[in-house]
Design a protein around this ligand. Structure first.
Ligand code: ADP
Length: 498
């Protein structure tokens, strides 16, 4: 494939030009080795197109571009101007929302309505970090009368960012927003399952006014391009969202190369707890949304559901009717709630877990099978009669599959809920404020929702306890991932000490 773009179309955007090159120095370029890879439409299992594939050599070129921009023009751009560029980018994303959401639905399989919701969050996130750009402040620290000392929050430098396929554009925004606000430059790799939306988004940087090399976006395979980024000697920081297995590899690569700074947003097996006194109708809606939103492909998915004994039987009956009524199907149909899983690999993995749950003796309350005969669709699936040692209760399935179990006391449910190597999110449903706060404080998780689920917001920090990650995304907290503190201490006058 020689060309750098193809003409494609989607049911909601019509025809559009899809860039296929690597976006380096504000231009689309071919991969040095001329390699490409295909991306598949998960709803039809057909090839959409091929894109250029970055290898180690392309990573070197992108990192060199980011280094040159960091040391050159980008260092001269004022904080206020950086903020303006981020806001320009948000405005351009808003102008192109239909196209970006359509491409996301095409390549990822999520419903175009949900994709538009993602885009709303992308735009909000970029504007929010645009607002932070001129509010990055140090401190004056008074140690003694003969010395004047202050700190500066300086950018880390060239940041490598590796994102997953479940929310391609949203993860891009979460990563680039705080990095650009604080004055870093970027080489970002999209996931190999979903390279298309990032390339369309890349066309906006030049128009927004970013100098060449500040943001470079490459398509590539994790174990090749991703590994080259993690081990690169001229990358100052790596930020990753994805599986815990890969997170470990990235941390090892950082440790054995140049000790680049590492932040990781990894997997989860989040508990969703419903007490007897909860508003049962609302709780069912949130529990359903908690696990089946984005086809269960959320790191914070509420996949372990605990319901108190007094309402357990009624809850299970009503929840399974609710789950079975979720509309599964064509991402471009306006009433679709659940599209296909992203790939054959993910489909097979999830079906493997379902088989394993059946074999271990858990009961399928609803689902458990393929949906339709084409595309990677899986029925919303609920397991009951589970025990805590079962693989389906321990491991992250990353699909529309959950377990539901009964509990009697608060003490008992806290023990079960915290019995996980993960600690990304959790939720509590109750009308009692004391229960809500007591349980929220006792849960070992980075985010706890009360009487809701999956309600992320760009102002609120998000990240993991335990093996769910290192560092926080979003909010003011994310800025510290992308700055380092410099202390300057000045001796006043001629006194030697004092
Ligand atoms: P999943 O298992 O859900 O596909 P991964 O953690 O494998 O999630 O992938 C998330 C991102 O990590 C993708 O962009 C992928 O290319 C990248 N990746 C996968 N393996 C590696 C690796 N060894 N080093 C660096 N990045 C990787």
């Amino acid at each position: 494939m020689a060309s750098l773009s193809v003409e494609l179309s989607t049911p909601t955007s019509g025809k559009y030009t899809q860039p296929t090159g690597l976006f380096i120095n504000n231009e689309f370029v071919k991969a040095v080795d001329g390699k490409t890879f295909e991306t598949i439409n998960p709803a039809t299992e057909e090839v959409i197109t091929s894109v250029h594939e970055a290898t180690e050599k392309d990573v070197d070129i992108a990192v060199a571009a980011a280094r040159k921009a960091f040391e050159g023009p980008w260092s001269q751009v004022t904080p206020q101007e950086r903020g303006k560029l981020l806001v320009n980018l948000a405005n351009l994303a808003e102008k192109n929302i239909e196209l970006l959401a359509s491409v996301e639905a095409l390549d990822n399989g999520k419903s175009v309505v949900m994709a538009k919701g993602d885009l709303g969050a992308v735009i909000g996130c970029l504007r929010y970090y645009g607002g932070w750009a001129d509010k990055i402040e140090g401190k004056v620290i008074d140690t003694n009368p003969g010395t004047f000392s202050y700190t500066r929050q300086e950018p880390v430098g060239v940041c490598a960012q590796i994102i997953p396929w479940n929310f391609p554009l949203l993860m891009l925004a979460w990563k680039i927003g705080p990095a650009l606000a604080t004055g870093n430059t970027i080489v970002l790799k999209t996931a190999e399952q979903t390279p298309l939306s990032g390339l369309v988004f890349a066309t906006l940087f030049k128009e927004a006014g970013f100098p060449p090399g500040v943001v470079n976006i490459i398509s590539g395979i994790g174990r090749i391009a991703g590994a080259a980024m993690s081990a690169h000697m001229d990358v100052d920081k790596i930020a990753f969202t994805g599986s815990t297995v890969v997170g470990r590899q990235i941390m090892k690569a950082a440790a054995s190369s140049n000790l680049k700074k590492v932040t990781l947003e990894l997997g989860g097996k989040s508990p969703n707890i419903v007490f007897n006194d909860a508003d049962i109708e609302n709780a069912i809606s949130w529990v359903n949304f908690g696990i089946f939103y984005n086809h269960g492909q959320c790191c914070c998915a509420g996949s372990r559901i605990f319901v108190q004994a007094g309402i357990y039987d009624e809850f299970v009956q009503r929840f399974k009717a609710r789950a079975a009524a979720n509309k599964v199907g064509d991402p471009f149909a306006p009433d679709t709630f659940q599209g296909p899983q992203v790939s054959q690999v993910q489909y097979d993995r999830i079906m493997g877990y379902i088989q394993e749950g059946k074999k271990a003796g858990a009961t399928i309350e609803t689902g458990g099978e393929r949906h339709g005969d084409k595309g990677y669709f899986i029925q919303p699936t609920i397991f009951s009669n589970v025990t805590e040692d079962m693989t389906i209760v321990q491991e992250e399935i990353f699909g529309p599959v959950c377990s539901i179990s009964k509990f009697e006391t608060e003490e008992e449910v806290l023990k079960s809920a915290n019995n996980s190597n993960y600690g990304l999110a959790a939720a509590v449903h109750t009308k009692n404020l004391n229960t809500a706060i007591r349980v929220s404080n006792a849960l070992r998780a980075g985010t706890v929702w009360v009487n809701q689920y999956n309600m992320l917001h760009h102002q609120l920090p998000f990240g993991g306890y335990k093996e769910s990650g290192i560092g926080r995304e979003l909010g003011e907290a994310a800025l510290s991932n992308y700055t380092q503190t410099k202390t300057v201490s000045i001796r006043l006058g001629d006194a030697l000490f004092g």
